[in-house]
Design a protein around this ligand. Structure first.
Ligand code: HEM
Ligand code: HEM
Length: 184
């Protein structure tokens, strides 16, 4: 059991599995989101609506996973950053992690608000409909679409920064940053 836990030096298998599963899921959601909105809005072509439904259900899975991830993170010690980092890099790395948590909640929540305010259902893979989080509200519907779009761009920008830093630390600096987030 202890082996599953994060320690004061590295991430444990549970945190690692969640990190990489969510990274794949979030990248897929970004790609799916941008693909589906670029498809034509024509009645005889149901591809757009199908992709939106898949996007919404997968987005709700991301919300459940980040809730699990945050509750795990709050209960376990946070492994320290690689030694010898200048202070600005330590602050930048922790700030990016914090912003990621905010975005991982804000993106699905604005999607949920958008669907509820617009009066659109969120079928969970045909199993059940996710309950509405708010009543119909035209103003909120349009604002949450705008916010959802900006949040998606912010996630993509931070991802480039974060992944770039991880790769730089591994191949250029040669420290343990990436190894801490990989299975033993
Ligand atoms: C972390 C989770 C999510 C990510 C990363 C994400 C990402 C995106 C992206 C990149 C777009 C395209 C934005 C654009 O127009 O440029 C989009 C659109 C959209 N998303 Fe999400 N999304 C997430 C969760 C959700 C959830 C949970 C829902 C609803 C339950 C949802 C509903 C929608 C809808 C309806 C659109 C189309 C909006 C429009 O017409 O422009 N999303 N999303
Ligand atoms: C959207 C995708 C991603 C998100 C939201 C994300 C989020 C996070 C968060 C919040 C942490 C802090 C630890 C935690 O609480 O789990 C973290 C750590 C880390 N991530 Fe990511 N990550 C993403 C993708 C990536 C990618 C693509 C890479 C590598 C190329 C990467 C490499 C790392 C590394 C090495 C750490 C450990 C940093 C340290 O503690 O020194 N991540 N990530």
């Amino acid at each position: 059991m202890e082996a599953r836990l994060d320690t004061s030096t590295r991430y444990g298998p549970f945190a690692i599995a969640l990190h990489w599963a969510m990274a794949v899921l979030l990248v897929a959601l970004l790609a799916l989101g941008w693909t589906m909105v670029s498809l034509p809005d024509v009645g005889y072509d149901t591809r757009k609506i199908t992709l939106i439904l898949v996007h919404k259900a997968m987005g709700m899975v991301a919300l459940a996973l980040v809730a699990l991830r945050l509750s795990w993170r709050l209960r376990r010690p946070l492994p320290p950053l690689a030694g010898g980092l200048p202070q600005w890099q330590q602050v930048a790395a922790r700030l990016v992690h914090l912003l990621f948590y905010a975005l991982m909640f804000a993106l699905p929540l604005t999607g949920w608000v958008m669907s509820s305010a617009g009066g659109y259902p969120i079928p969970f893979f045909g199993w059940f409909d996710v309950p509405d989080i708010t009543g119909p509200n035209e103003w909120l519907f349009h604002r949450s679409i705008e916010v959802h779009r900006w949040l998606a761009w912010s996630l993509a920008a931070l991802l480039v920064l974060h992944a770039g830093a991880a790769v730089h630390h591994h191949f250029v600096v040669g420290d343990d940053t990436l190894r801490k987030m990989l299975p033993d």
